[in-house]
Ligand binder design. Structure first.
Ligand code: XMP
Ligand code: MG
Length: 172
């Protein structure tokens, strides 16, 4: 028997959340140029929708990270695709699909701050704040969610379900 999908956030709820985030970001960065650093692959759909609604001059960079949780609780994160261009002196906004333990984000923020960005903030569509293992707080959170495994709108299980327009809980 296959896994069951239970609807958690509809396309309308997602769109409303993206619209609210885009407006806030547009206001906060008014008159500035922003570099969106999109975390692949999960944030792809969110970033595409968000970027088109912010209404400011933007550039987009893409990074990819891999975390090995292993047996230790600290986990090890490596960058498998880095920025293509320099971010020194620029306002950077990291775009994430979901922040869970925070380990990935903590590593990425350190990496971006090392490169002399003028500012580094984080926008995540989903926040599982109850699962945090390190102190990282996204500046813009679309939806605070419980600890359940979500798929759709970019989120995958084994590379499946990213293309779904809504977000579902995956029940094995
Ligand atoms: P950490 O724990 O470093 O991890 O904050 C963030 C990354 O973990 C993945 N993740 C999920 N992926 N459904 C997914 O498809 C989920 O419910 C989920 N929770 C965490 C995701 O890759 C995220 O970038
Ligand atoms: Mg991700």
């Amino acid at each position: 028997m296959g896994a069951e999908l239970r609807l958690v956030y509809s396309p309308g709820q997602i769109a409303a959340s993206v619209g609210t985030l885009a407006r806030r970001i547009g206001q906060d960065y008014a008159g500035e140029e922003v570099v969106l650093v999109v975390v692949l692959k999960g944030a792809l759909f969110f970033a595409a929708d968000l970027a088109r609604q912010i209404g400011l001059p933007l550039s987009m960079e893409f990074v990819k990270l891999k975390s090995y949780s292993g047996t230790s609780s600290t986990g090890t994160v490596v960058i498998t695709k880095d920025l293509d261009g320099p971010i020194a002196g620029k306002h950077v906004l990291v775009v994430e699909d979901i922040v869970d333990t925070g380990l990935t984000l903590q590593f990425l923020l350190a990496h971006l701050n090392d490169q002399g960005a003028r500012s580094v903030k984080v926008c995540t569509l989903l926040d599982k704040s109850g699962r945090r293992q390190v102190e990282v707080a996204p500046d813009y959170v679309g939806i605070s969610c419980e600890n359940r495994f979500l798929v759709g709108y970019g989120l995958d299980f084994d590379e499946r379900y990213r293309e779904l327009p809504a977000i579902y809980e995956l029940i094995p």
